[in-house]
Design a protein around this ligand. Structure first.
Ligand code: PBG
Length: 327
């Protein structure tokens, strides 16, 4: 039989059972985290047009979605608050009765032990100018003045019942100040999921609609340049030295190589955020009938896991868990 192959990799693909036996990458509901938006004063959930299927929740519908997430076996939810009023310093983010802290309290009581409650620790949803920090007299984002607010915001979130806080503003030193403030307030067990590696990305577009952002300009003085990989390792190292328990890479799809490099470089869990624009691309193509939506969702999430992410934040989390259960 010369000329025919002696080695036949197809043998291991010959049936569904065979493929299941040799599958290298696992995707499980416990690895998925659902980001959620809760809007102050909302009476009805408000659809986000650039993210079909995602809503600005009312407090009630948020509770329902959290119960569903727990039922689906997700690892957790990541909460974002949308305040009725924004101001220069983002004071609504620090207020114990501000929408995010209220939503954290609701979520913690709904979730019980079934689900971890995580909160975005950043000012951009709360500032009138839409930046992640406060501005100095020249209109630049003031790193150190912002740190003081992050420290207070972290303690308020822990007090509201967040199990995990997620500093996401890319200010230098943010993880360290939040860790110190949590410890000083007695929240020794509150975990920090650091958005350690965060690129200034076009793919955040739909998120800006999701949180009614009024941002003018860009975030390039604090978020990273998309061409830089070494810098990602430096940011991850710094955050771990400052006390990060988990580190995150964001976005995911245009940065799969960065997820892999960070995973190989550090010894803490590495999460990745499958962000709004990544969600919107698949949804838009599927709505046009150009791709098979459910297969595309699972393929996307599998690729992020294969790149090395231990946890994935994804707007498909609950649905993906249901797809996995059916598979
Ligand atoms: C900052 C924050 C952003 C996202 C998560 N946390 C916006 C930004 O950095 O511009 C984006 C998430 C997404 O696009 O899905 N609070």
């Amino acid at each position: 039989m010369s000329g025919f192959p002696e080695v036949r990799p197809r043998r291991l693909r010959s049936s569904a059972a065979m493929r299941r036996l040799v599958a290298e990458t696992t995707l499980e509901p416990r690895q998925l985290i659902l980001p959620m938006f809760v809007r102050e004063g909302a009476r009805e959930p408000i659809a986000i047009s650039s993210m079909p299927g995602v809503y600005q929740h009312t407090r009630d519908t948020a509770r329902k979605a959290i119960a569903e997430a727990a039922q689906a076996g997700l690892g957790g939810v990541m909460l974002f608050g949308i305040p009725e009023h924004k101001d220069e310093t983002g004071s609504g983010g620090l207020d114990p009765d501000g929408i995010l802290n209220v939503a954290i309290r609701d979520a913690a009581s709904e979730a019980g032990d079934a689900l971890l409650v995580m909160s975005d620790l950043c000012l951009d949803e709360f500032t009138s100018h839409g930046h992640c920090g406060v501005l100095d007299a020249q209109g630049r984002v003031d790193n150190d003045a912002t740190l003081k607010l992050y420290a207070e915001m972290g303690v308020a979130q822990a007090a509201a019942g967040a199990h995990i806080v997620g500093p996401s503003g890319m200010m230098d030193g943010q993880v360290g100040v939040v860790r110190k403030a949590l410890d000083a307030a007695g929240y020794l067990d509150t975990v920090i999921l650091a958005y350690a590696v965060k690129y200034a990305s076009s793919f955040y577009g739909p998120f800006r609609e999701a949180v009614d952002s009024s941002l003018q300009g860009d975030r390039k003085t604090y978020q990273q340049d998309g061409g830089n990989a070494r810098e990602a390792l430096r940011e991850a190292d710094l955050d771990i030295a400052e006390g990060a328990d988990l580190v995150m890479v964001k976005p995911a799809l245009a940065y799969l190589d960065i997820i892999r490099q960070v995973r190989d470089h550090v010894n803490v869990p590495v999460a990745a955020y499958n962000i709004s624009g990544e969600y919107a691309m698949v949804e838009a193509a599927a709505a046009n009938g150009w791709i098979d939506r459910e297969r595309a969702i699972l393929e996307t999430l599998t690729s992020i896991r294969r790149a090395g992410a231990d946890q994935i934040l994804t707007y498909w989390a609950t649905e993906a868990a249901e797809l996995l259960a059916r598979r």
